[in-house]
Design a binder for this molecule. Structure first.
Ligand SMILES: *[C@@H]1O[C@H](CO)[C@@H](O)[C@H](O)[C@H]1NC(C)=O
Ligand SMILES: *[C@@H]1O[C@H](CO)[C@@H](O)[C@H](O)[C@H]1NC(C)=O
Ligand SMILES: *[C@@H]1O[C@H](CO)[C@@H](O)[C@H](O)[C@H]1NC(C)=O
Ligand SMILES: *[C@@H]1O[C@H](CO)[C@@H](O)[C@H](O)[C@H]1NC(C)=O
Ligand SMILES: *[C@@H]1O[C@H](CO)[C@@H](O)[C@H](O)[C@H]1NC(C)=O
Ligand SMILES: *[C@@H]1O[C@H](CO)[C@@H](O)[C@H](O)[C@H]1NC(C)=O
Length: 594
């Protein structure tokens, strides 16, 4: 909303009730004829259950919440620090002489376009002064869904009526086709209900990919029909996902325009589950992870375990698990891991040691190439549309493979823009997940136990950062990434046009060593919404000025909206800052963030 404050004694004229949806649309044009009221809306749309269900969700939400944002948009140009605005904006009454809105008319060009990478997500919304109709246009169903989540944020309750400012014309589409978050159910279990809560927030903020890191070395929560013993490595019989649960999540996500991309991390981060099928296909699972004697370490976190690349029995098991999950997950993308392989782990594999002994010129890169050459035919078999995602380590890690197909999408998590540039310059498509900017789990301290570094009563030298003072406190990717850190991330800095075209989008991982149902929503939200807007319409205004200051009111209001919708988003500021726009800014200069 814009400028509807009563500014104490210095009343500023009411201009319009223009609300401020998140993500900010690429183009939104408001008139100022005065708001129209909404009596009750009927839907005129192609006969499609996804569309009508999504409309009903949006409309029920409007009616149930009777929402009005706490504050209104505050154009930078008009900012005055004093007097601070009064907390509650006054909403103009709907004009009596204009007809109210009675219908939503939805035109969709192509009802058959599947929800896959690159599907057209654009939409338009028009409300004109003379018409009772809200006109929505979209190329696909998925665009229409985006129109609804925008529309539901445009309608506000003025205490008596639902109103919407008009005329308004929105033409919107995302900058990037891949806009995701990662949920990890291997380190700790996350319930179906909590995963759905994340999907609710994603739908509202137009994030369209849930990257589901299904398992890890610690636990295997997925029912695999071919190997019922794998799920014995779930944390308990209740902390598992049946095939029905997987279908439930995929369906729930799809109804909100969200793709679900599964990850089975291989060959590293693999012990639980696999070892139930055949202990021989897992190397070093029973070794000491040995971070107290780093040269011997077999893993970067406990417990160790990697698939034995040179045990021929590994591959039929990989194939069976992959094929079963491929039959369930409908997305063309499938993530097959490939991060953080630790060479010491394979000291525990006689197969690997014999292979090196046979030919002393062989290296661990040869071993990783062997993995790639064996698994790609398995992963690509009979899947003409399949695109694989791997972590960047397979190309730019400490033990890269020698020759990785450019068809493989790489998820970049190290070295910020430098690795993005390196990989896109090589011609790889990249998903940006730079840990210094986008890891939502960082900054909560070390979680490994029996850690004597915490047992210090004084800081020997206050000028020298150490483990407990000024250092990272055991969190390798400390500090915590604030929403401003995320929103301000210009991940295509210094890329050529050709390189930038290889950036498919970005994804914020929330690794779950210290996350389960009790904290997931507060760590995810509203920070994931900062990424959502960054990827949808960017972090700059038309003049190229960073609009982080303007985003402040949007994200503070959106956090309240998430909470109202049942998503346990964390508070970002004292509520005072929400109610007093820009009173909590660090700089009086509203263009301080450039
Ligand atoms: C909304 O208005 C724009 C600009 O006039 C137009 O291009 C678009 O087709 C309209 N959308 C609908 C659904 O009528
Ligand atoms: C593994 O073998 C290498 C080479 O022989 C050796 O340097 C390293 O210390 C060994 N690691 C472990 C954990 O035994
Ligand atoms: C393992 O499989 C490879 C490739 O099929 C084959 O060349 C090799 O002989 C097999 N090794 C054993 C021990 O069976
Ligand atoms: C690299 O792998 C591709 C297949 O992905 C193959 O066509 C090419 O010949 C390989 N290049 C080298 C140098 O081995
Ligand atoms: C990418 O990084 C690798 C490893 O640091 C380096 O060898 C290579 O030259 C870089 N490639 C590009 C295109 O920057
Ligand atoms: C971009 O390039 C400039 C000029 O070479 C350099 O100073 C800057 O550090 C680069 N930025 C990033 C994020 O790599």
């Amino acid at each position: 909303m814009r400028l509807t404050y009563a500014w104490g004694a210095l009343a500023v004229p009411v201009v319009a009730v223009t609300v401020n949806p998140l993500p900010a649309p690429r183009s939104i044009t408001w008139g100022s004829s005065g708001p129209k009221s909404i009596e009750s809306l009927s839907l005129l749309a192609p006969n499609d259950a996804t569309v009508s269900d999504a409309w009903n969700r949006a409309y029920n939400c409007i009616q149930k919440l009777k929402w009005a944002p706490a504050t209104v948009e505050h154009p930078i140009s008009s900012y005055q620090p004093f007097p601070t605005p009064t907390p509650t904006p006054t909403v103009r009454q709907a004009k009596r002489d204009v007809s109210s809105l009675t219908r939503v008319q939805v035109r969709i060009d192509d009802l058959n376009a599947d929800l896959q990478h690159g599907v057209d997500e654009s939409y338009t919304i028009n409300i004109t002064q003379s018409s009772e109709v809200i006109e929505i246009g979209a190329k696909t169903i998925w665009g229409a869904l985006n129109a609804f989540t925008t529309f539901q944020q445009l309608v506000i309750f003025d205490g008596k009526n639902f109103v919407i400012e008009q005329p308004v014309s929105i033409a919107d589409q995302p900058l990037y086709p891949y806009r995701g978050v990662l949920v990890d159910t291997g380190r700790n279990f996350i319930s179906i209900a909590k995963i759905k809560e994340q999907l609710d927030g994603m739908g509202l903020s137009k994030l369209n990919v849930l990257h589901w890191h299904l398992d890890d070395s610690q636990s295997w929560p997925i029912d695999i029909g071919a190997y019922p013993q794998m799920v014995q490595d779930a944390y308990s019989g209740r902390e598992t996902y049946s095939h029905n649960d997987l279908h439930d999540i995929i369906t729930y996500a799809r109804a909100r325009g969200i793709r679900v991309i599964p990850e089975v991390d291989m060959p590293g981060h693999a012990a639980a589950g696999w070892q139930r099928v055949d202990p021989g296909i897992v190397s070093c699972a029973n070794s000491w992870w040995s971070n107290d004697n780093w040269p011997l370490h077999t893993a970067v976190e406990p417990p160790p375990g990697q698939l034995d690349i040179l045990n021929n029995n590994t591959y039929p098991v990989v194939q069976t698990v992959y094929n079963e999950l491929s039959g369930i997950f409908s997305d063309n993308f499938f993530h097959v891991g490939a991060d953080e392989v630790q060479t010491n782990c394979y000291n525990f594999s006689s197969n690997v040691q014999n292979w090196f002994a046979e030919n002393p010129s062989r290296t661990y890169s040869d071993l990783m190439q062997y993995w790639i050459d064996r698994v790609l035919p398995i992963f690509l078999n009979n899947q003409p549309n399949r695109r694989l995602i791997m972590w960047e380590d397979i190309v730019i890690g400490s033990v890269p493979a020698l020759n990785v197909s450019k068809d493989i999408i790489l998820q970049s998590w190290n070295n910020g823009p430098a690795n993005i540039q390196n990989l896109t310059a090589q011609g790889f498509d990249v998903i940006v997940s730079s840990s210094d900017f986008l890891y939502l789990d960082c900054g909560f301290g070390g979680w490994v136990t029996n850690d004597r570094r915490y047992d210090v009563m004084t800081n020997p030298d206050l000028n020298t950062p150490n483990f407990n003072y000024g250092g990272n406190g055991g969190s390798w990717c400390a500090p915590y990434k604030t929403w401003q850190r995320i929103y301000d991330y210009d991940f295509t800095t210094n890329l050529t046009v050709a390189q930038a075209q290889h950036v498919l989008g970005a994804e914020a991982p929330l690794w779950s060593e210290q996350v389960d149902d009790t904290v997931i929503s507060g760590k995810m939200w509203p920070r994931a919404a900062a990424l959502a807007e960054l990827l949808w319409s960017g972090n700059k205004d038309k003049d190229g000025q960073k609009r982080t200051t303007e985003m402040t009111e949007r994200i503070l209001n959106f956090r309240e909206y998430l909470v109202a919708n049942g998503i346990g988003a964390a508070p970002l500021v004292p509520k005072y800052c929400l109610q007093h726009p820009h009173a909590c800014d660090l700089y009086l200069d509203q263009k301080a963030v450039t």
